[in-house]
Design a protein around this ligand. Structure first.
Ligand SMILES: [Cu+2]
Length: 122
């Protein structure tokens, strides 16, 4: 019984911390077309390829290095485009996105069949 009460107290203490954490956004780094290459990627700040993410709000920093390509993100589950960069534009753009559970895909609009990737949000 004593352990049970201690657990409840611990959970009550932990809850506000978890709540506060959910408001901080994680930054993801997208890059496309470095040196006009036909490459596209979405990585964590640590440089790890994104394959799955917990649901939440994210800051996506898109580095578009080429006038041949762009970076577009969409939800496959919802059948919706979340954002689309300009193909001709070059530079860095930042998007704040709320990702709910589902499957997501990113691609270059000009070369979607060869320049694409996907990840899951749980
Ligand atoms: Cu392209």
């Amino acid at each position: 019984m004593r352990t049970f009460i201690a657990l409840i107290v611990l959970c009550a203490l932990a809850a506000p911390v978890a709540f506060a954490r959910s408001h901080a956004t994680t930054t993801l780094v997208a890059s496309v077309g470095k040196n006009d290459s036909f490459t596209i990627a979405l990585k964590t700040q640590a440089g790890k390829r994104v394959t799955s993410l917990p649901a939440g709000t994210y800051t996506v920093v898109v580095h578009d290095y080429s006038q041949l390509h762009n970076f577009a993100l969409g939800s496959v589950t919802a059948g919706k485009r979340i954002f689309t960069g300009s193909v001709l534009a070059v530079g860095t753009k930042t998007y704040r996105v709320k990702l709910v559970a589902g499957s997501y895909a990113f691609a270059c609009s000009a070369h979607p069949s060869t320049m694409n990737g996907h990840f899951t949000v749980t």
